[in-house]
Design a protein around this ligand. Structure first.
Ligand SMILES: C[S@@+](CC[C@H](N)C(=O)[O-])C[C@H]1O[C@@H](n2cnc3c(N)ncnc32)[C@H](O)[C@@H]1O
Length: 165
């Protein structure tokens, strides 16, 4: 794949391929997905299409002003969650098939806390998908692995997929 060299361009390049990125996770019809720091829903919106009527996408952000496209989406599978700004995820343990941490870890004071919360809500055998923008990917990989996930593969060398053990 012809990945652009600059990180800023890579983010746009990835967002243009959101469906392909999510298919590589994979996200399937009927899945329950949690998107931590969803922003305007670049990934949550296509994920809602992919899980369909039988699935659910819980898209969380602590900044309501960024979430308008998610809150306004007339999609019955998409649920906007107003985060409290901590790493707490208001979902039951093992309730998700897939968790997304895309371009958000660099914003968090407690990265480990977020990864541990993701481990709590993702079922054993489920997938955590991470796009570690502005951070050293190898460092992030080691941190995720230390929280009980096994590295599986990546998309274009940019987005890492881990299996929840
Ligand atoms: C750079 S944006 C990325 C948005 C989206 N994931 C994407 O890749 O397009 C990071 C988002 O994380 C949100 N965020 C930061 N800290 C958060 C927290 N503790 N809980 C929930 N959202 C948070 C910010 O408000 C922002 O919308």
């Amino acid at each position: 794949m012809d990945v652009p060299p600059e990180e800023r361009e890579q983010k746009l390049w990835l967002a243009e391929r959101a469906g392909e990125v999510l298919a590589s996770v994979p996200i399937r019809p009927g899945d329950t997905v949690f998107d931590f720091g969803c922003g305007a829903g670049a990934y949550a919106l296509p994920a809602a299409e992919m899980v369909g009527a039988e699935g659910a996408v819980h898209a969380m952000d602590c900044d309501l002003s960024r979430m308008d496209p998610v809150a306004d989406a007339a999609h019955s599978s998409l649920h906007a969650v107003h985060g409290d700004g901590t790493t707490h995820i208001p979902l039951e343990a093992a309730s998700c098939d897939v968790g997304l941490l895309y371009d958000v870890l660099q914003k968090l004071d407690d990265r480990r806390g977020a990864m541990e919360e993701m481990r709590r809500v993702i079922r054993p055998g489920g997938v955590l998908s991470v796009y570690p923008m502005h951070l050293d990917p190898q460092q992030v990989r080691a941190e995720v692995e230390a929280c009980g996930f096994r590295f599986r593969d990546d998309y274009a060398g940019l987005v890492m997929h881990f299996v929840r053990e």
